[in-house]
Design a protein around this ligand. Structure first.
Ligand SMILES: Cc1cc2nc3c(=O)[nH]c(=O)nc-3n(C[C@H](O)[C@H](O)[C@H](O)COP(=O)(O)OP(=O)(O)OC[C@H]3O[C@@H](n4cnc5c(N)ncnc54)[C@H](O)[C@@H]3O)c2cc1C
Length: 407
């Protein structure tokens, strides 16, 4: 225990954002304290999908024991599907494995890690240092305070104000057993009537199923039924040797379905959590840095409002914060994240309703998948979108240009 010890940086939360920031800042020679109160056996609720864009930016992620995926199946609300062979694979992680890998890198770089849940005091000490305290006792001081404590960040609320409920998406799902991961398909199924999607992300020894959607239209019972049906169909298709998985809200039938359901009831572990999905105005208003504080990852609201992807932004925001800190100007992090990915996230937020909305009398996602089935240019754009290489700023232009070009 190092009560009252003083650090250059206090980082609250050792998810991807906090651990990566701790590693980078410690490597630059700073004294870093990193806090997390999550019990080791408890994983953060997450699909664990990491795009090839992130794997290219930080190749060491491949050492964290994920499962690489070279093909993704996209399903439309009406039940049409298209398989995309990815030019570069993405990876699916168990969050326990990913988080502990990043935490160990921070430790090796020299950060001191405290397995404690802490709160940041409302006042600084007489020397202007932040004070962080743990419930059961313990007090740490630091020149810079970093909130990396996730979507429900109490520290961000204190530093930058609360986000409205409308700026949050809801995600819930089940972890279910998987005997053999080799041929288990990775599926993203757009929801009929909701802004969002269901997923099946097979990891090494289990599958993460889930649904992410906007909080304002959340109907838990209907969505849970839909996800359950999707899971039953997924397992039945595996037992049938890959027969069609049908629509996400397809009808269950027969004895096979009941057998699968019974097994799922006994084995599926449920989880639920929030993902930030900021409105464009919130991106304009919200500050993520001051002279001696910063918000990273989910605590800052940095997740893609269309897909819910947050791991890339957690890592990238940490890298940008570390650069600003090591250059001696923490407040410059504000300008850096806006210039780097701020415009892209804001654009995604503007596109969210259109992406999940109507297009020429049908769901846009239906149209997109139907078109992709027959048009290689559209398939290529979707592949790049899944890989994280196709941004939203020029998505429409790219789709239009490729769709009207000969096959
Ligand atoms: C169901 C679901 C599925 C998702 N799927 C994907 C996906 O497939 N791909 C993707 O890129 N993103 C996905 N996301 C988003 C992704 O999980 C987050 O964007 C990402 O985890 C953000 O990282 P972070 O480090 O900012 O926060 P977190 O990973 O949430 O880490 C915050 C840490 O802070 C700790 N903490 C909180 N309060 C305190 C405190 N007071 N004291 C000490 N420690 C504290 C927590 O224990 C936690 O470990 C998903 C999210 C959900 C909810």
């Amino acid at each position: 225990m190092s009560d009252g010890e003083s650090f250059d940086v206090l980082i609250i939360g050792a998810g991807p954002a906090g651990s990566f920031a701790a590693e980078r800042v410690a490597r630059g020679g700073a004294r870093v304290a990193l806090f997390d109160g999550r019990p080791a056996r408890e994983a953060k609720a997450c699909g664990g999908g990491v795009t090839s864009k992130a794997l290219k930016a930080w190749p060491f992620l491949l050492e964290a024991g994920g499962r690489t995926v070279g093909e993704v199946e996209l399903m439309s609300p009406a039940g049409a599907s298209v398989r995309l062979k990815l030019a570069e694979p993405f990876a699916i992680y168990s969050r326990r494995a990913l988080d502990s890998h990043l935490r160990e890198r921070a430790r090796s770089a020299g950060a001191q890690i405290f397995d404690r849940r802490v709160s940041a005091s409302a006042e600084k000490d007489a020397e202007g240092r932040w004070v962080v305290r743990a419930k059961g006792g313990g007090e740490w001081r630091g020149r810079v305070l970093v909130a990396a404590d996730g979507a429900n960040s109490a520290v961000a609320r204190r530093l930058a104000g609360a986000l409205p409920n409308a700026d949050m998406e809801v995600a819930f799902g089940y972890r279910t057993p998987l005997d053999e991961a080799d041929d288990a398909p990775t599926v993203i199924a757009f929801l009929p009537g909701w802004a969002g999607y269901a997923w099946a992300f097979p990891r090494l020894d289990h599958i993460s199923f889930g649904i992410a959607t906007m909080q304002d239209k959340f109907d838990h019972k209907a969505l849970d039924r839909m996800l359950w049906d999707f899971m039953v169909k997924y397992y039945r298709a595996r037992e049938d040797g890959g027969a069609s998985r049908g629509k996400v809200n397809g009808v269950r039938d027969g004895a096979d379905a009941r057998g699968v359901e019974e097994r799922l009831r006994l084995t599926a572990e449920r989880y639920a959590a929030r993902i930030p999905g900021l409105a464009p105005e919130s991106f304009d208003r919200r500050r993520a840095a001051g002279a001696d504080w910063a918000l990273l990852g989910d605590a800052a609201g940095f997740a893609d409002p269309v897909t819910g992807e947050g791991i890339y932004y957690a890592l990238r925001s940490s890298e940008l914060f570390a650069e600003a800190f090591l250059a001696g100007d923490v407040s410059a992090y504000e300008m850096r994240w806006r210039a780097d990915f701020g415009r892209e996230l804001r654009r995604a937020s503007q596109m969210r309703r259109r992406f999940y909305g109507e297009f020429f009398g049908g769901a846009f996602t239906d149209r997109m998948i139907k078109f992709a089935r027959v048009h290689s240019g559209v398939r290529r754009t979707l592949r790049e979108l899944v890989a994280g290489d196709q941004g939203y700023l020029d998505l429409k232009r790219t789709l239009a240009r490729r769709a009207f070009r000969p096959f």
